[in-house]
Design a binder for this molecule. Structure first.
Ligand code: NAD
Length: 408
């Protein structure tokens, strides 16, 4: 794993180019974050690999017993296209450390870096058969994994709809373990005492980072009435000023959507939002006639029962809503079938504590956003799934089978 991390670092430029070509990701972000982050994650789990312990159990009779932690077996990793490298290593690193063998199926839109990683793993000395990459479509290659009788666990990241299919396949085949990291529609709550400049920067990042194709994107934006007007003005100005363009240009902050399907889906949600009566503050249109670019789009006058507020759009579209009290913010933030992440902007520690404990979200970020890190378990509540990635929690789920051994 250490050697693989080294090889990744020696090939950062080439790997980042592959993800940019496949997914339209910013090359600058791939080079500075996604690819080096993969090497760091491998090292994090490599360091944990020899610290996996069972327990000595206290028996009521004069016997000895202990538990033995064993790899869960063969793991099928099925991942989406929005972070081809990060998600590959989010799955593979703890599985290697736990001693599992695995089959990884990247998304059909973004297979290139996964194939390169399989090649690097071989060069690093990972034994044949341990880390296998199978490309293909979901209904064929993906379904073959989720129905397979010799696969012991499917660790899936993707949409809630496909997560449901995976659970059904697991139930109707060999009752394999399932871990699901699914969609989201995360709230960002901005209170009156927040620094409006910082809050509007974070709100912009929250729905435009990776052109909005982020599971934890903050796409329901609740702003307290005292600063609402000032906040709205700043956010709209900043969205209009975002430098949009070729993802290979180091100055550019925002690139094209992954493909035509996603591009059309986002535009149809925008049209639906207008028909539902939401007011478009900025954006809402494609940019140019080359590439699948969509303007960062901000709606106001939106309500929780509108489709554009209920559904995960997975694009650069945010709904701006006004609230009065802390209680109202909590209630409305929780009015979602998803529970992946939430953000809170306030200087008041009591408010931050109360809201972070009351919002049903797997990750809550206070005065920051996208605080995803190697040691921090990440995963949702409600229809955002179950079973954490990252941290030692991810390792535990993969060495989850513990034999209990008794001896006289
Ligand atoms: P998707 O569910 O359509 O596809 C994800 C993967 O599942 C792909 O590899 C696909 O080929 C495969 N697949 C599709 N149908 C399948 C089937 N019937 N059986 C087995 N595999 C199948 O998702 P997507 O459009 O690629 O990605 C976007 C979704 O991923 C969003 O909902 C987003 O929120 C979610 N996501 C979640 C997280 C998280 O950590 N919670 C992270 C990134 C993305």
């Amino acid at each position: 794993m250490m050697k693989l991390a080294e090889l990744i670092e020696q090939n950062i430029e080439e790997l980042a180019i592959l993800d940019s070509l496949d997914a339209g990701k910013l090359l600058s972000v791939g080079k500075s974050t996604d690819i080096p982050g993969a090497a760091e994650l491998l090292r994090y789990y490599a360091g944990a690999a020899d610290k996996i312990h069972g327990q000595v159990l206290k028996m009521s009779r004069p016997l000895q017993a202990y538990t033995l932690m064993e790899p869960i077996g063969v793991v099928g990793h099925i991942i989406p296209w929005n972070f081809p490298t990060s998600l590959f290593f989010t799955k593979v690193s703890p599985a290697l450390a736990a001693g599992c063998t695995m089959v990884v199926k990247p998304a059909e839109q973004t297979p290139l870096s996964a194939l390169y990683y399989a090649h690097l793993a071989k060069l690093a000395g990972v034994p044949d058969g341990v880390l296998n990459v199978v490309t293909g479509f979901g209904h064929t290659a993906g379904a073959a994994i989720s129905h397979h009788m010799d696969i012991d666990m499917v660790s899936f990241t993707g949409s809630t709809e496909v997560g449901r299919e995976i659970m059904k396949a697991a139930a109707s085949s060999n009752l394999k373990h399932v871990s699901l990291e699914l969609g989201g529609k995360s709230p960002l709550i901005v209170f009156d005492d927040a620094d409006v400049d910082l809050a509007s920067d974070i709100a912009l990042l929250g729905f435009t980072f990776n052109k909005g194709e982020v599971c934890a994107a903050s796409t329901r934006l609740y702003v307290q009435e005292g600063i609402y007007d000032e906040f709205e003005k700043k956010l709209v100005e900043k969205a209009k000023a975002l430098l949009i363009g070729d993802p290979f240009d180091p100055q550019v902050r925002y690139g094209p959507q992954v493909d035509k399907v996603q591009f059309e889906k986002i535009l149809s949600y925008i049209e639906h939002g207008k028909r539902e009566g939401a007011t478009l503050l900025t954006g809402g249109k494609p940019i140019g006639d080359k590439g699948y670019y969509i303007q960062p789009t901000i709606f106001t006058n939106v309500k929780e029962n509108m489709m554009m507020v209920k559904d995960e759009i997975f694009g650069p579209v945010v709904g701006l809503m006004k609230f009065k009290s802390v209680e109202e913010a909590i209630e409305r933030a929780n009015e979602s079938k998803y529970g992946l992440a939430a953000g809170i902007m306030t200087k008041d520690l009591n408010v931050a504590n109360t809201v972070s404990r009351s919002v049903r979200a797997g990750s809550v970020w206070i005065n920051c956003y996208f605080g995803i890190d190697n040691d921090c378990p990440f995963g949702g509540y409600k229809m955002s799934g179950f079973g954490k990635d990252f941290g030692l929690d991810a390792l535990h789920k993969l060495k989850g089978i513990s034999s209990t051994i008794h001896a006289r």
